[in-house]
Design a protein around this ligand. Sequence first.
Ligand SMILES: NC(=O)c1ccc[n+]([C@@H]2O[C@H](COP(=O)([O-])OP(=O)(O)OC[C@H]3O[C@@H](n4cnc5c(N)ncnc54)[C@H](OP(=O)(O)O)[C@@H]3O)[C@@H](O)[C@H]2O)c1
Length: 327
Amino acid sequence: MAQDVFRWGILGPGHIAARTVPAIVRTPGLRLEAVASRDLARAQAFAAAHGAAKAYGSYRELAEDPDVDAVYVATPNAFHCEQAVLCLSHGKAVLVEKPFALNAAEGRRMAEAARTHGAFLMEAMWTRFVPAVRHLRSLLASGALGAPRLAVADFSFSRQLGPETRLLSPALGGGALLDLGVYCLSFASLAFGPVPDAVSSYARLGPTGVDVQDAVLLRYAGGGQAQLSCGFEAYGAADATLLCTDARVALPSVAKPEALAIVRPSGSETLPFPFAVNGYEPQFLEVRDRVREGALESPEMPLSETLATLELMDALRRDWGVRYPQE
Ligand SMILES: NC(=O)c1ccc[n+]([C@@H]2O[C@H](COP(=O)([O-])OP(=O)(O)OC[C@H]3O[C@@H](n4cnc5c(N)ncnc54)[C@H](OP(=O)(O)O)[C@@H]3O)[C@@H](O)[C@H]2O)c1
């Protein structure tokens, strides 16, 4: 590996890849080395637009490229497992878009492949690494907020979605929980850990059979609670608040977490935490830094937490009767 620059490959140059890629190309020390699509012309167009040296018309060629240090898997949920395992089996470090996989069984297969091949693997839960959330984590660890008691998070938007869209497609792993709810679960997990001891929930299923509006209540050992919601049909706040014994702390936007509001009995303050590029850069740097240390996962987003969250999402979907055709 060239020590001065960490070389990324993008697998699946679609919507999210186009949104995140400035974080790679505009962050010193990172480089976009290669792009792979099922369609060579699409890979070439993306590579040309973002200055990648190479474009491939198959994912296998990217996995085999010795000049790529890590692959970012940015395809729909249903393909993460197969594509991550392909890259891991070639010894690549892999960053996989959220949700990590369709279900916990796939997630375990990916973690097993990473262990077998001695390769780094992480879920691209980018909000975990942004400065506002890192600051929140340090406040919690220091006890400056008192004890966390209740996490309240919503990620809902209202948009007309055609039945063919990825978000509503059972075959692609659609549904509000896997795409949006996973952020709310991650927020609650930051405060209380990923494994609740009691779960209660409701979901409304849309015409394609996936969940389009979800409400989830979680209880944790130690007395913590979470109240989470997500969906595609209501104009939500898309915010997250943690109520602690000594203060209340809020991310005004889950989708663009660039500030932290802290309210105490003595007064309130809003701390700005602007992104260096677009908020995705810390997760790409995290992969680089951990890989260079020789680590196989990130302590800030460990595979054990990712797998526990997948198990929780499996249990929620089981209760709702949401089953993907692959299951
Ligand atoms: N981090 C975030 O903020 C964020 C935001 C939105 C989405 N996401 C996540 O990012 C992932 C991709 O979402 P997206 O909206 O970017 O998806 P997308 O644009 O629909 O698809 C991304 C790429 O996946 C491949 N693909 C698409 N449909 C396929 C199909 N039917 N069969 C096989 N391959 C297919 C295509 O790659 P080829 O060019 O190779 O054909 C496409 O360019 C999802 O897991 C989603 O949850 C993350």
